[in-house]
Design a protein around this ligand. Structure first.
Ligand SMILES: C[S@@+](CC[C@H](N)C(=O)[O-])C[C@H]1O[C@@H](n2cnc3c(N)ncnc32)[C@H](O)[C@@H]1O
Ligand code: SF4
Length: 340
């Protein structure tokens, strides 16, 4: 890892959690309308495309440098759909050069990846996570709100492999009665590929997805199902605070993961901050309000990191542990604003 600028101090939040991981949305628009995130009947077609007020690349670079001063070393770009942000490879190249960022990743629906994979790799993007909830073409199209074609995603995956991304992580959000019958097919597809498929519990993010707990498929149920077909064994976490529980196929066909934010909350070790494309800080995926970082950004990296430290030290969020209790906040930021 490259030499870090000396952090003034590494702030801890009110539950003793450090700030290690930044999820940065580069755009609020998306070309899909997944029902659990940005349902078409709640979010207009042109949403986010003409919004002024997105952070510029200069502001983003200052922001990331300010985060690094406080101990952040993992950065993930997200959206909306990040590949819709104009000039993204140029931004990636600037961020890849920041000393202290030792993990630079992006989450994408991959529908536009075939045409961008090479430029992103050349710019220094290290890792990709691709969201993929079904392989069946008709179901895939339906889940994307009628916008996406599985063939485009598969072409994006091919391109990513060709330019040297790998292992790639695949995120599959499972909903009972919607795509839970695709689970074995997805596992069979990725077994032996060298990539890592992770099943994610459907979450009550945002305000517009009409979340219904009955549609959550607990990870334990999926793991038992898969274990019955292909025996699995548990693996240790790669690092503290890793959200996926890792498993490996006993027959050596690789790794698979489960992210259980609903049935096994991981708030206690959450070291992640989220920033929306317009520069608001959210200290939890389920936070009701953000903090506008732009005034502090305008004062430069040092002043910004002081303001950020002050905000982080006020943080006490643990929504997933409170879910269902009267103390759990009701309003949540929309998923398409903070990007997962
Ligand atoms: C909001 S998207 C942004 C990046 C990009 N558009 C994509 O889909 O990969 C990030 C991740 O959030 C996940 N997500 C969105 N809504 C969700 C929900 N209600 N429950 C669980 N995961 C969700 C998506 O499946 C995706 O993997
Ligand atoms: S999950 Fe990703 S692809 Fe789907 S609507 Fe949300 S931002 Fe778009």
């Amino acid at each position: 890892m490259s030499a870090l600028p000396a952090p003034p101090s590494v702030p801890l939040d009110r539950r003793g959690r450090p700030l290690r991981d930044l999820r940065l949305s580069v755009i609020e628009a998306c070309n899909f309308r997944c029902g659990y995130c940005m349902p078409a009947d709640r979010v207009p077609e042109g949403y986010g495309f003409d919004q002024a007020g997105r952070l510029s690349f200069d502001e983003i670079e200052t922001l990331v440098r300010g985060f690094v001063r406080l101990g952040t070393h993992k950065l993930r770009l997200t959206g909306g759909e990040p590949l819709l942000r104009k000039g993204l490879p140029a931004l990636v190249a600037r961020l890849a050069r920041i000393p202290g960022i030792d993990d630079l990743a992006m989450t994408t629906n991959a529908s536009l990846l075939a045409r961008h994979a090479q430029a992103l790799r050349d710019a220094g993007l290290q890792r990709l996570t691709i969201s993929l909830d079904a392989l069946d073409p008709a179901l895939f199209r339906a889940l994307s709100g009628g916008r996406g074609e599985i063939a485009d995603v598969l072409a994006g995956i091919d391109a990513a492999e060709r330019v040297g991304f790998g292992p790639i992580k695949f995120n599959c959000v499972v909903q009972r009665g919607v795509n839970d019958h695709e689970v074995e097919r997805m596992a069979a597809h990725f077994r032996g590929s060298g990539h890592v498929l992770r099943f994610i519990e459907y979450m009550d993010v945002g305000t517009c997805n009409g979340w219904d707990r009955a549609r959550v498929v607990p990870s334990r149920e999926l793991r038992d199902r898969l274990h019955a077909r292909w025996p699995l064994h548990a693996l240790d976490a790669n690092y503290r605070g890793e959200v996926a529980e890792r498993h490996a196929f006993d027959d050596g066909a690789g790794e698979i993961g489960f992210i259980s934010s609903v049935t096994a909350p991981f708030c206690g070790d959450c070291r992640r901050a989220r920033v929306s494309a317009d520069g608001s800080l959210y200290t939890c995926l389920f936070a009701g309000r953000g903090h506008d970082l732009r005034p502090a950004l305008a004062e430069g990296e040092a002043a910004f990191s002081e303001r950020l430290a002050a905000l982080w030290m006020q943080r006490a969020d643990r929504y997933s542990e409170l879910r269902g209790s009267p103390r759990a906040p009701r309003r949540h930021v929309e998923m398409f604003l903070v990007g997962g």
